[in-house]
Write a protein that binds this ligand. Structure first.
Ligand code: UGA
Length: 358
């Protein structure tokens, strides 16, 4: 049987590396992978079913390089973009370029070839919850905070807060895909990830990258370096944390079931087992690290408070809560997350400990 060819933009990133590994393990996919960073997939570079194009994907020159591969392509999987909140605030121009201005040409190209555009958007397009704007509403009414793909309004804070540069660019990308679907028949799938955690996520500053990564890597760096874990604005924000293997199960189910997944938007998040406040995440991570290392002192690892403004700079505003409806993914794909949060953290943190903690 013929192999399915896919183009993966950002095959060397966190999600890209896990998806590449999964598709190569199946044996029936061939990958044209675009990325300049390939250390996360270096064990696969000799695989004849993976061809790497060392092209900086976050760039307008990329699109013509992809075009030759589109005609017999099963899907164009777009995973590459700036996705760390520190950059939305410190470098909003680059954030908008990365997530829309350079990226929209890919949509035009896929529309021209009628190629299936398989795009990772973000749960951040929902912005904040309606609950957060209603005085006294303490998440008692799920209709005011649960996020349903084709129904829930997008509630971003004021444009003066650069935090929303990313969500606005991602939302415009989605809108442009939907516009093309209507006018030119572009086939698409849009995925909204909910805090996917796992080995190889982001980077550890000073070891394999520079800057401020997302919360998992921030807390992990603090544990590795003996520095306090920093809780932004009291750590009151909730996140719904999803193990990367469960997320890749969802992506695989979509790729394998085009008749169910084409022209749909899917939330992919672990709403049953994965929701936690950031202050509880810090607590759980220090307990988990004590278990991984056998060093009981981590149970009391220092945690300090910091304001969002001091941590990220001016223009930061947080998403208060993200609870996905996953009814659509359950109904159309039979997908459900399987990994409970303690296991997600144990597997993820063990990876960082192996890589950097010894
Ligand atoms: C980011 C992206 O903006 C989303 O698009 C993406 O979907 C999401 O990550 C993801 O990983 O899926 P966010 O969850 O706000 O969104 O990013 P984090 O940096 O992981 O922050 C999570 C929470 O932890 C925020 O409340 C933040 O203020 C807090 N935080 C972060 C701390 O308390 N301490 C830190 O050291 C870092």
């Amino acid at each position: 049987m013929g192999k399915k060819k896919v183009v993966i933009l950002g095959c060397g990133g966190f999600v890209g590396s896990h998806l590449t590994e999964r598709l190569l393990a199946r044996g029936d996919y061939e990958i044209e992978g675009f990325d300049t960073q390939v250390t996360k997939i270096e064990q696969h570079l000799d695989n004849p079913r993976l061809r790497i194009h060392e092209v900086y994907v976050d760039n307008e020159t990329t699109v013509p390089e992809i075009e030759p591969f589109l005609d017999d392509c099963h899907a164009v999987i777009s995973l590459a973009a700036v996705c760390t909140p520190s950059q939305y605030v410190s470098n909003p121009v680059h954030t908008i370029h990365s997530n829309f201005i350079h990226a929209y040409k890919l949509i035009d190209l896929c529309a021209k070839h009628k190629s299936w555009l398989f795009h990772t958007s973000t749960c951040e397009v929902y912005g904040r919850t309606l609950s957060s704007y209603i005085p006294g509403e303490d998440y008692t009414n799920p209709a005011l905070y649960e996020q349903v793909e084709d129904e829930t309004p997008l509630v971003m804070g004021p444009t003066v807060n650069h935090r929303w540069s990313y969500a606005a660019a991602k939302a415009l990308f989605e809108r442009y895909v939907l516009a093309h679907n209507q006018e030119t028949g572009l086939p698409f799938t849009i995925i909204r990830p909910y805090n996917w955690f796992g080995p190889k996520m982001d980077f550890i500053p000073g070891r394999d990258g520079e800057g401020v990564p997302r919360v998992l890597a921030c807390f992990m760096t603090a544990l590795l370096d003996g520095q306090p874990m920093q809780l932004v604005d009291g750590g009151e924000a909730y996140r719904t944390i999803t193990y990367i293997d469960d997320a890749v199960d969802a992506l695989e189910a979509m790729l394998e079931n085009p008749s169910k997944s084409k022209n749909q938007i899917f939330n992919v998040g672990n709403r049953e087992d994965g929701e936690i406040k950031m202050k509880d995440l810090a607590e759980l991570m220090r307990q988990t690290y004590a278990e991984i290392t056998g060093d009981e002192s981590y149970r009391q690892h220092p945690i300090e408070q910091i304001t969002g403004e001091k941590f990220y700079g001016g223009g930061y505003e947080d998403c208060d809560r993200r609870v996905p409806s996953i009814e659509k993914a359950q109904r159309l794909l039979g997908w459900e997350p399987k990994t409970r949060l303690p296991e997600t953290l144990r597997r993820t943190m063990a990876h960082y400990h192996e890589a950097y903690g010894r």
